[in-house]
Design a protein. Structure first.
Length: 228
């Protein structure tokens, strides 16, 4: 950050600098959230204090990334990063609009990521059909994109289509590069709904093992103990 501030003094209208500063703030915010939810499971005032720090970092990221897009309106990477910041701040209209701005550039190298952010923003706005459309396209174009497939599975669960949800979650669970603890919890719940209790118990156990001290681990353990 010191080097970036020095660079900004030399070139105060450099969109790349603001984008990188925004990315760093996003990462710092994510690290604060990990302190609350993953590294350990904080509660009460301690959790509130750390969440405030995370929110401050996400707001700083939003400010920096907005500046990057002001300076370079066709900066798709910065637009997508701004969408991530807005999602963290639960500003879903802003997240959707930023993701759409990223997708306007047909040469953008990772459209599936922006499309998944758009789909997730629509999901949070209760636009389930719109969310399905964006997330299905993201997963179809990039089958190895684990976050997109997990989010698509959430849509299928909301639609009551547990078979398709299980297909998406099985793909995520089978990929070693996809340690998404939330996906294992959801997969266990889906298999429980499908009456495959042995599979559900295994998935709950794998969920716990991914991050044993996390809040989700406690939830997965509780569900696993309920499976007979």
């Amino acid at each position: 950050m010191d080097e970036l501030h020095h660079a900004l003094e030399l070139d105060p209208e450099n969109a790349d600098i603001f984008n990188l500063m925004g990315l760093i703030s996003l990462q710092q915010g994510a690290e604060y959230l990990a302190q609350v939810e993953t590294d350990t499971c904080l509660r009460g005032r301690d959790a509130e204090a750390v969440r405030r720090d995370a929110t401050a970092k996400f707001r700083d990221a939003e400010q920096k990334l907005s500046r990057a897009t002001d300076l370079r309106p066709k900066f798709s990477e910065a637009w997508n990063n701004l969408s991530v910041a807005a999602l963290q701040l639960q500003s879903y209209d802003e997240a959707a609009n930023a993701a759409r701005s990223a997708l306007k550039d047909v040469t953008y190298a990772e459209p599936e990521v922006a499309r998944a952010n758009l789909g997730w923003a629509l999901y949070q706005k209760k636009d389930i059909e719109g969310a399905w459309k964006e997330l299905h396209e993201a997963a179809s174009r990039a089958p190895g994109f684990c976050v997109g497939r997990y989010r698509l599975a959430k849509v299928y669960v909301d639609r009551g289509d547990y078979e398709r949800a299980a297909e998406e979650l099985d793909a995520v669970a089978a990929a070693k590069q996809c340690p998404i603890q939330e996906a294992f919890l959801l997969a266990g719940l889906v298999q429980q709904r499908r009456k495959d209790l042995a599979r559900a118990k295994d998935l709950f156990g794998r969920c716990v093992n991914l991050a044993p001290r996390s809040c989700l681990a406690a939830e997965c353990k509780r569900y696993g103990e309920m499976v007979q």
